[in-house]
Write a protein that binds this ligand. Sequence first.
Ligand SMILES: Cc1ncc(COP(=O)(O)O)c(C=O)c1O
Length: 582
Amino acid sequence: MSPHIRPKRQVSGCVNGTRHDVDVNASDFHGPLPDLEVVCRIVVTWYMIPVLARRPLEPWRPSPHGHLLWPDRIQIVLIPGHSGSERNQSSRFGSYFLTQWSLPSSIDGTPVRTDRAIDYQRDTDHAHSLGDRLASNMSSSALLRTGIVPDARSRPVNGEGTYITLADGRRVIDASATPLALGHRHPRILEAVGQALRTSPTLDEGFSTSLRESTAEELLRTVFAGEDWVGGVRFALTGSEANDMALSLAQALTGRSGFVTRERAYHGMVGLARDITVQPQWHGGLSSRSGGVRPVPRSSPVRVLPFPQGRFGDGLALSRDQAEDALADGEALLADSAAVIIDYTQGGCYPAPAYQDVLARKARSTHTLWIADEVVTGFGKCGRWLNFQRGEERPDIVTLGKSMGGGVAPAAAVVLSKDMIELIGDSNWANYSSMRSSDLAAAAAREFVRVIAEEDYVRRADALHDSIEAGMRTLAATHPSVSRVDGRGLHWWIEVGDSDWRQWRGDGRDVSVATQVAAAVLDAGAMVATTGEANVVLVTLPMIIEDRELDAVLSALDHGLALADRIVPEGAPSRSRTGAVT
Ligand SMILES: Cc1ncc(COP(=O)(O)O)c(C=O)c1O
């Protein structure tokens, strides 16, 4: 038995309108109890019983995982994999928790009563109690969790290539990791980092080491090949930090304090990167479980540009005229701002070269610097070494991160154009941190770039786009809940239902539909991510993925979206609106 399980817990449930407080004794359970999350799911299942009782029950299926006896004489059977049964349908907390559980039609020959109808949905006290229980289980360790991991039970214990092994022994395909391009524990990255570990001294950023120098050179030579406007690199630890460094440099160079971004943008959770993150749920402060948020006040004014969003794959399709239309107020919004920053995935807003080029020209006319946030898209996962290369214009500053450490070390970078370096002139860019630019990170990054170049993975990511797009089109056509899909290369965004992302601030007790879908996809063998938006599932695949693994991910998504079809209203195209000053 896991040391996390307390021998006795009291749970409350409502059956037939009567509240029951039940002592659950762990010794009442037969079969494996992997950890606390399993107990949590049993509790949830208990609460769902009244909902289940309103539906016809399927016959009992014996389970190799054994069965569990509830003290109230209700038997709950753990079924490995996904049952996909009708009774796993809608409820406030969704069917996710039921996909692994089912009720027997009888206990010891006695049918389970199905006449105990109870209006579960109206029993808010009951519902809140469930939410609280989930929350307390989520925070039952010393680690302060972020709450964006879809499923605590899915704790990964091992990663190898494209696969993750979960604590319960299942091996699933990892389609969730933006910091991964070469999968988990790529042998060449491990070897390069191991070598640095064995030989490199620990030195702060003030020192120059040959590994740091050569990594910077190779980065420019390979990733920025043909981009002769690029001047130099400074390393960072995270994408957030790189963006904060770039934005603060823009303030110093222009003498202006404000910034411009596009709607639905995410650029990180540190300093100015947090300021410029405008997704309503990522305010950097507190989202209360009883409703309401306490955001962190911005330190700089931020203006928001509109970004047109349609129903399928509109990023690249956006024409010059549409971009001009969307950015009609561009000059006014850009005026007097230090920089405009755009990335190429967040909010499901993909490359849009026309948008980028129109914006870049307007920025130049208002003397606003342009920062291309390539933290997610850099290094080829979207089919180009860098996404700005899809357009004609070139940025003043580029930020990199995430996969840059080869999935092994924290590594990020700020890359400056020659013009920026000229503007800095003989000044010292006084921005420093002791732990960044370590030899470990440099070794990982240099090997990462070499592997991608030698294995031609950028071309592979671009080639995979077509088959993934075809798969996504099929999913969108098959599942009425899907309201929007966009993506490029190995990075895809699926929205379900008709809820408006502008209204979602991550507060309240509901378990989001995205979390439920991600959990159902996991049950079917693939791990996908959620983004913090309530109705968005993020699919991001490693460059090493094989065709059959891609098929498996698409089929797991099919399973997860079938759940979405049952629990959300039919999707409607997302709306776009004009920019606002926040
Ligand atoms: C576009 C973009 N920029 C920056 C960041 C921040 O990177 P990090 O999480 O490494 O701080 C993210 C993170 O998701 C991102 O998506």
